[in-house]
Design a binder for this molecule. Structure first.
Ligand SMILES: CCCCCCCCCC(=O)SCCNC(=O)CCNC(=O)[C@H](O)C(C)(C)COP(=O)(O)OP(=O)(O)OC[C@H]1O[C@@H](n2cnc3c(N)ncnc32)[C@H](O)[C@@H]1OP(=O)(O)O
Length: 246
């Protein structure tokens, strides 16, 4: 481990051919982070964005507590309690959590961050938490849409809705068969989503055929009375080599 860290911190020259953006800043005094920042970067626990923050409204909190109350808590080395649902933690760089990924994520596109988790102001954009029920082949996401996601005045941008549908169905497909990529996404926008509101995004695995996973998805008001969006998605399982081909 120490040798790997030393390579990452000290020997960046040898890694340059594999990088699309530089992992190491140029060596001048103003760009070298202070020792405390380096220690924080290497050893601090990453933020789990699926946990509540002060921006979450009453409805977001109520639904989080509802599903979390029926969920297993992930505890290292301990068996789960056999509950139906499981909350899926969410970080701003999933590569870090793949085997060996913590080093790879410093080397490959080190500045890259997950699209939905890269806005610092809590509540400004995508606030969401995902729960999976593997037995029922379902995922449910509680999503609160922030003010930076405006499309039509006062309502959520269609691209932001597509992003959330891709994220929920993609996370669902990844939980079944990682790694995957979206091959096809079809969306019917049925009624606009008010900015600032909380909605439910539910996905269901319809079928698998070889490397293909077919998933359907709907976005509704939290009481289920209003259908905002319907979608279907096709994911294809890929090899890690496919990602490196670019
Ligand atoms: C844990 C963190 C989770 C975070 C969630 C975020 C999720 C975000 C997911 C994404 O947004 S991924 C980014 C958007 N997607 C892409 O950029 C994918 C670009 N396309 C590709 O890389 C390739 O076309 C793809 C991997 C989808 C398929 O290429 P392959 O060479 O691996 O497969 P191939 O072309 O041999 O097709 C395999 C099967 O899928 C079928 N297929 C492929 N593309 C299709 C398509 N577009 N429509 C229908 N079927 C399709 C294809 O016909 C074939 O069917 P059969 O096995 O029955 O012969």
């Amino acid at each position: 481990m120490a040798r790997n860290l030393a390579r990452i911190l000290g020997g960046c020259g040898s890694l340059v051919p594999f990088m699309k953006t530089p992992a190491c800043p140029p060596r001048n005094s103003s760009s070298i982070p202070p020792a405390r920042t380096l220690v924080q970067m290497l050893f601090s626990k990453s933020r789990d964005f699926s946990l509540p923050n002060s921006s979450w409204g009453e409805e977001m909190m109520r639904l989080y507590e509802f599903y979390n109350g029926q969920s297993d808590v992930e505890t290292e080395g301990e068996e789960n309690q056999g509950r139906e649902w499981k909350r899926l933690p969410s970080y701003n760089r999933s590569l870090k959590y793949a085997t060996g990924g913590v080093y790879l994520s410093k080397i490959i596109q080190s500045k890259a961050r997950l699209f939905t988790r890269n806005i610092r102001e809590p509540g400004a954009a995508f606030e969401y938490v995902l729960f999976i029920n593997k037995e029922k082949e379902r995922c449910v996401c509680v999503f609160q849409a922030g003010h930076l996601l405006e499309g039509p005045p006062g309502h959520v941008h269609g691209g932001a809705i597509a992003t959330m549908i891709d994220t929920v169905t993609g996370t669902h497909a990844s939980a079944i068969s990682a790694p995957v990529m979206t091959a096809n996404l079809n969306i019917d926008y049925r009624s606009p989503i008010p900015l600032g509101s909380t909605v439910l995004i539910e996905s269901t695995l319809e079928k698998t055929e070889g490397r293909k996973l077919y998933i359907s998805c709907k976005v509704t008001s939290t009481d289920g009375s209003k259908r905002h969006t319907d979608a279907t998605a096709l994911f294809v399982s890929i090899s890690v080599a496919h990602l490196l081909k670019g």
